[in-house]
Design a protein around this ligand. Sequence first.
Ligand code: PMP
Length: 345
Amino acid sequence: MIRTRPSYRDISLYSPPSVPCRVDLSDNTNLFGMPPAAERALREIASSTVTRYPISYAPDLKQALSAYTGFEPSWLSTGCGSDDLIDCSLRAFLEPGEPLAVPEPSFSMMSYFAKVNGLHYSPVPLRKDFDIDVDGLLATGARLIYVCSPNNPTGTGVSRAALERLVDAAPGLVLLDEAYVEFASGSHVELVRSRPNVLVTRTLSKAFGLAGMRVGYAIGRPEVIAELEKARGPYKHTGIAERMAIAALTEGVAWVKARAEEAKESRQRLVAELKAQGLAPLPSEANFVLVPLPGAPQVAARMRELDVNVRSFQGMPGVGDALRIGCGPWPMMEAALQALREARR
Ligand code: PMP
């Protein structure tokens, strides 16, 4: 009999409902597809990309990210999805047993990452206006505070004033998750230049349409990135993922921006239609909309029978039951609105 870790006993695997569905709006990925440049790169993969190891620490990908973000390669790290960069930064900056402060509701994987890294998960409720509770986060004493903006699952953005106050008073690092930044009215990434203790994570899984390729990146000061890379290890991406990511970042940005604009237009129309159904969706800066709705899990189950998949939440702090609907091509939104209408009857 193998001896298992006592602290791992109550860890359950991540299992979002994954019934194959005609219209799947459940995971906030790019519903328009992937950049044509990335698809071309996939078709043109050289066999050596498969047979050889990729270059360690992904210098070519960092170069492409540097051109896209305006940060020098030494300010960048990459990972197997931004999940991986979050996980690595927890390992790099916290010792087991230390607290990890996380606003709630926020990215649901954070409690899992806390557990697998032996950290003490310290949730701090968002304020009524869905901004972060700066004093509450600071009161945890955590040397790493996670903030997600635009926040999953609320879609709301953190205010610059609250974020700056948090960063300036924090005893350690503030990890700012900008997975949905391409759909927001702005980014807080410039704080990385003006403050020593900010690390930003982003992803190519959402606006860039490459979720299956698992590519994320982090932006931080070189001394922060150097620590992160210790936890990261040399090889995180497949060579194929790297080639596709580089193609998307160098030749696909116009496509990505245009599709993000379309997603935002859909979001605006969706919000208006939801309001017309008598619902009160939260203001969203992301490619999804959160709609408080009592009995949301039952409504989502009925919507699935109508071939539309949306994510449901039960009893979320400060929100209650809610549906999270991904935004994409308008015909998909119409299908969701129609299914929602029928499911609520
Ligand atoms: N952060 C947030 C807020 C997310 O919603 C997600 C994906 N659901 C991630 C990070 C991780 O995405 P990925 O690992 O695909 O980059």
